[in-house]
Design a protein around this ligand. Structure first.
Ligand code: ADA
Length: 556
């Protein structure tokens, strides 16, 4: 999809790699030279999404060869490996990474010619993957699940580019982080939509640093869901470059309201998993485009990426289609005792990785963390303050939220910019007639907990529906019941009511859940059926109903 470099030599390593499934072996004690490479599997891909290893939890090995022309520094960029990996180059460990769903890099050890690259991938849960709960309500697939690239870095290179847009006056603030192998002068130039707007010489007198510049761009068109205009920003430093697509938009909290480009907006859409029955967590681009169309055609303007940082190509598609995205760090129903120092340290790194990737997308307007965490316990406030504080340091421009499980008893709502809550009246408890009252009670309780009225988002609500099942009168598990419940919620919160700033229906599509006996019995055939479409994105009644309703609020 979108390429971040035009001048830098980047080789996409996607394709068929040698593969060996090793199973229950010690991940630290593998004799890589002795491995029997029995077959070839695709990268990106999930090894437990192919029939031969369906449901497997164990170690696997992937191998390919990269060719390095000369001795200049080279770097491997992994968009995500789930859930843990060790990377060996010519038989020697070059790096490792714990935690899926986020980009990391590993520098190639010096050398030239053909280099053997082996990636040992583990999809088992355990202390080596502190951020992955051993049960979550989605199936945790393993593998090299997103693209891999080899970058030639040269003597000077652009390491990161942060672009902060403003609309009054129209412009962007750029922060370029650079690195160099030796000090000296380099040329810096910036082009906006192909036209050079800055050119100068800069002193690079250390191994790394940052350059900040402001570009005034009078008349440049803004980005919005109705008109998702993307501009092209190209920054060159020496022989290297960094290219970004920039959407000029602002997103702010104003008391209880959200403002997009200075105008009040209500967020209406779905929670979404990066999952598909055929591809596991490694969706092809064609499927990402389908997902965006399904969201857009309903009239939605919002999608919550649950419950981990989603594929950057998905964010590319959202940038292009004009969807507003809640980008969420990994987490699922942690308990107070889970928030250990090791966990929080790993989480901070994960947040850095998430923000580093997603901050370049104009579609991303909100940071979320720790879905349904232990926020009913005041004892976790220091941990939440630390993590929320870290997100704000990494990106002060986007509001922070978390999806609370504890609407009536939350003790941390005052720590976030936007208060969000998951609630299942009419599904896990109560009847349709109870839904409105319960949501009103939650809003009141959360306003009390937050101390002031902040934007309020219903980040999950829904009901399972078996595709094709209907009953008279409508009852749980029927498409008709799901449709009526969601219509009731939408009408109450967003047509009749004014207090709520957003709704993300749980969930866009049905999806496979984790294999834990006491939980899977609540999920017929192992599938969470709260999708408004089935696993293949075929619409249920609720999708059609919402497609009639959403445009009333979004104007789509
Ligand atoms: C939780 C959770 C989701 C989802 C939902 C459900 O609230 O946040 O991951 O699976 O439950 O369907 O029960």
């Amino acid at each position: 999809m979108h390429r971040n470099h035009v001048r830098r030599a980047v080789v996409l390593l996607d394709g068929l790699w040698d593969f060996a499934y090793l199973g229950e072996v010690d991940r630290e004690e593998v004799d890589v030279a002795a491995l029997a490479w029995s077959e070839r599997l695709p990268v990106p891909g999930c090894y437990d999404a192919v029939p031969a290893y369906a449901g497997a939890r164990g170690l696997a090995a992937y191998r390919t060869t990269v060719t390095v022309a000369d001795g200049t520094p080279h770097r491997l960029v992994f968009e995500a490996v789930n859930l843990w990996c060790r990377v060996l180059v010519d038989g020697v460990e070059a790096g490792r990474h714990a935690g899926g769903f986020s980009r990391f890099t590993i520098d190639l050890p010096p050398g030239a010619g053909d280099r053997e690259l082996v990636v040992l991938v583990d999809n088992r849960f355990g202390p080596h993957t502190p951020l992955h709960p051993d049960y979550a309500d989605w199936y945790s697939y393993g593998g090299i699940v997103r693209s891999v690239e080899l970058h030639r870095l040269g003597d000077v290179w652009a390491d990161a580019l942060r672009v902060v847009p403003s609309l009054d006056p129209v412009g962007v603030d750029l922060t370029l982080t650079w690195r160099a192998t030796s000090s000296g002068r380099a040329s810096l130039s910036v082009a906006w939509d192909g036209e050079q707007v800055l050119a100068e010489e800069v002193d690079l007198d250390s191994a790394s640093g940052t350059l900040t510049r402001r570009l005034e761009l009078p008349g440049a068109a803004p980005w919005s869901p109705h008109s998702p205009v993307l501009h092209r920003l190209e920054v060159r430093l020496g022989d290297d470059d960094m290219v970004q697509r920039v959407g000029l938009r602002t997103f702010e909290v104003d008391g209880p309201r959200l403002l997009l480009n200075g105008e009040p907006i209500r967020l209406v859409g779905f929670g979404r998993h990066d999952l598909h029955p055929q591809f596991g967590a490694a969706l092809p681009l064609a499927q990402l485009v389908v997902d965006a169309q399904v969201v857009r055609r309903s009239g939605a303007n919002f999608v919550r990426g649950a419950h981990y940082p989603q594929d950057p190509r998905w964010l590319d598609v959202c940038d292009e289609t004009g969807l507003l995205v809640w980008c969420e760090a990994l987490g699922w129903q942690q308990q107070p005792q889970d928030l250990t120092e090791d966990y929080l340290t790993a989480y901070e790194q994960h947040l850095e990785e998430m923000v580093g990737v997603a901050a370049e997308h104009p579609s991303v307007v909100l940071w979320g963390l720790l879905n349904e965490g232990p926020t009913r316990h005041a004892s976790v406030r220091p941990a939440y303050e630390r993590l929320i504080g870290r997100v704000r340091e990494l990106d002060p421009t986007r509001p922070v939220t978390y999806a609370s499980l504890n609407g009536m008893h939350d003790r941390c709502a005052d720590l976030v910019d936007v208060v969000s809550v998951n609630a299942y009246p009419g599904w896990y408890f109560g009847y349709l007639d109870d839904v409105r009252g319960h949501l009103d009670d939650i809003a009141e309780a959360l306003d009390g907990a937050a101390g002031t009225e902040r934007p309020l988002i219903l980040s999950e609500i829904g009901a399972d529906a078996m595709p094709g099942w209907r009953d008279d009168p409508p009852e749980r598990w029927g498409e008709d019941y799901q449709s009526i419940l969601l219509e009731t919620v939408f009408d109450h919160l967003l047509v009749q009511g004014e207090r709520w700033s957003g709704l993300s229906v749980w969930v866009l599509h049905d999806f496979r859940t984790g294999r834990v006996p006491e939980r899977i019995v609540l999920r017929p055939a192992g599938i969470n059926r709260k999708g408004v479409t089935d696993e293949l994105r075929r619409p249920k009644d609720a999708y059609r109903t919402l497609s009639r309703l959403f445009p009333q609020v979004t104007g789509a």
